[in-house]
Design a binder for this molecule. Sequence first.
Ligand code: ZN
Length: 346
Amino acid sequence: MPFFDGHNDALLRLSRTEGDPVAAFAEGPGHVTRAKAAAGDLTGGFFAMFALGDTANMDFAIFDSPPYDTPLPPEMDRATAWEKIAAQAEIAQGLEAAGAICWVREAADLDTAPGDALTGVLHLEGAECIGPDLEGLDMLYNMGLRSVGPVWSRPTAFAHGVPFRFPSDGDTGPGLTEAGRGLVRALKARGMVTDTSHMTVKGFWDVAEEGVPLVATHSNAHAVCPTARNLTDDQLRAIGQTGGVVGLNFGTMFLRPDGKRDPAGALDHVIAHLDHMIALAGEDHVGLGSDFDGAPMPEGLADASALPVLTGLMEEAGYGAGLIAKITHRNWVACLQRHLGSTTTG
Ligand code: ZN
């Protein structure tokens, strides 16, 4: 059973790794390498570029003792963000040149990755590197960018994000700015995905007003784990109604009903999230959004090589082969075909 995943941070990891990124992506440590992808039948997915800032004020130990509310890193200026994203885009191009990842540029690319290359969707998590006048967007588009989350948790010129707060809903601040609405319209015109993961509830509904399919690449059900990063029932319903997809995040503190990062037993809550997301969004609108290389993973799902564990869990829960295929890869591929097939410019 092939897997097509909604979110990983492998490019960020490689940008922070010494030595040749192509070699570091082939095998070695990390959640997503070619060796681990081959072992787990991960055939492709969204690869995020993310401008990591100063996380000195973030204390990850607080995820061990809910309730918590992590202070966000300071906002990042455009030049600093551009430098970091350009370095990751260069790594992305190097991986393509080496035959490791084939970046999807049009719908036909979704079924034609040559050899054993992964099929990648180049994603931007937080649009700090793009100017409020959208300067830089087309350069990134030409480099293969096809998916943008206007905001990670710290605010940008485009939108406001949710803090890592538990328990909390995602209604924690304002939504899209006027520049943010302009960005969403530009993404829509180019057939690019607008990602609402990390956005506030207000931002989510602002994106809905722009008439794009609502996509949340790596978020879970708030009804099962009440963290600010997870989605309410109304949001899940809207994702289904607009032809979008929500990707199940494997990060332990987004899975566990107690919000802790403890990996022990975290896997036990996967089916509760999937059941709820399928009930609300519909079985054509739920996929995976691992957060590999970006979040603590559950015991038993340490990296991409363990993905088939999920197939086993779904079979045990009585999911049929057709439904499992939709969740593991078909729904993301269909969602991307709808986006990329709708391109109205260049
Ligand atoms: Zn994220």
